[in-house]
Design a protein around this ligand. Structure first.
Ligand code: ATP
Ligand code: MG
Length: 327
């Protein structure tokens, strides 16, 4: 069975961008592939953070993923820092990764701009990501669009390492490819930037419906719809794109007509979206509550996941060291 790997940082709450761009796909694919999903806490420490928060967020992320439908009996869900082979392989990959490639990465440039002092770890983040994926020799990586550039780098790292230490006829590492969803880039409700945990422009997957509505109500729509009677262009509206993700096809069609004929005002349209979101999010919130009430299971499940991951990671790393002349 082909393998997939993907990760999410415990850098804040799981939001609908993460869900629509990546996690919903993980849930859909977990039984079709041998699947490894990782809460990447070593990635999250590349920007300033509070240790107590990190521990809580790691746990909360596990609960959110389980509530979203990740099934630990179908896949391996684990925390990165519980499998030390990730950082070990990252060091090895540091030795075959060109500095220039890392400096070109958009995420590095954007996140570095927001830091007073930039940690080296933020620069080498994609090297650790390559190690995460390649430790499991994953062929495919279900991610949002923002990770496509990092995956190109992972392929480059695999190629460079293979060229130096394996043979062309029998490449050791596969070159992992991204698996994208139709909602590969969800914008924040301000319409300014992609929805990101670290930008604080998110709608949480487990957020209270009242708070979701308070965020939806003032959300940016088609800027040309100044008056209620101005017809809109659905394709330029973030709310329409969210309808495509949450509403049934017939509703999406109806929304497009009502928008482009000014049949509805934006608030009417948002109310319908809110209802569609509730249909999907309410059961997720309920599951999260059930999992929280049964807190012992989460810790046990993560330990079991780490043990399964580690068995494979240790085998790959052992072979890598052998091929590289390390002891
Ligand atoms: P941070 O701001 O800390 O980087 P993030 O919200 O970007 O957090 P990540 O943990 O970096 O989340 O990414 C987890 C997954 O979610 C990745 O596969 C990423 O591509 C995807 N993702 C993140 N933001 C979006 C978005 N706005 N739309 C679609 N997919 C997204
Ligand atoms: Mg991110």
């Amino acid at each position: 069975m082909p393998r997939i790997f993907s990760g999410i940082q415990p850098s804040g709450e799981l939001h609908i961008g993460n869900y629509l761009g990546a996690v919903k796909n993980w849930v859909a694919l977990q039984r079709q592939y041998e699947s490894f999903f990782c809460i990447v806490d070593y990635h999250a420490i590349t920007v300033p953070y509070d240790p107590a928060d990190l521990r809580q967020r790691t746990r909360d992320m596990a609960i959110s993923l389980l509530a979203a439908g990740i099934d630990p009996s179908a896949c391996t869900l684990f925390v990165q820092s519980m499998v030390p082979e990730h950082t070990e392989l990252a060091w090895i990959f540091n030795s075959v990764t060109p500095l220039g490639e890392l400096e070109r990465q958009t995420q590095f440039k954007e996140k570095a701009l927001r830091q007073e002092s930039v940690a080296v770890g933020l620069l080498t983040y994609p090297v650790l990501q390559a190690a995460d994926i390649l430790l499991y020799k994953a062929d495919m990586v279900p991610v949002g669009e923002d990770q496509v550039q990092h995956l190109e780098l992972s392929r480059e790292v695999a190629r460079r390492w293979n060229t130096k230490f394996a043979t062309e006829e029998a490449p050791f590492f596969p070159e992992p490819k991204p698996l994208l969803t139709p909602t590969r880039r969800v914008m924040g409700l301000d319409g300014q930037a992609k929805m990101s945990k670290s930008l604080g422009n998110t709608v949480g997957l487990l957020e209270d419906p009242k708070d979701i509505w308070e965020k939806l109500r003032p959300a940016v729509t088609d800027p040309k719809r100044v008056r209620r009677t101005d017809p809109g262009t659905p394709e330029v509206c973030n709310i329409y794109h969210l309808h495509k993700a949450f509403s049934p096809p017939a509703t999406v069609e109806h929304v497009a007509v009502q928008c482009s004929t000014a049949g509805w005002g934006c608030i009417d349209c948002k109310k319908v979206l809110f209802e569609s979101m509730e249909v999907e999010l309410q059961p997720i919130r309920q599951r999260a509550q059930e999992i929280m009430d049964d807190s012992k299971t989460v810790g046990e499940m993560l330990s079991a996941g780490a043990a399964r991951a580690r068995a494979i990671a240790a085998e790959t790393l052992g072979e890598v060291k052998q091929l590289m002349g390390l002891t």
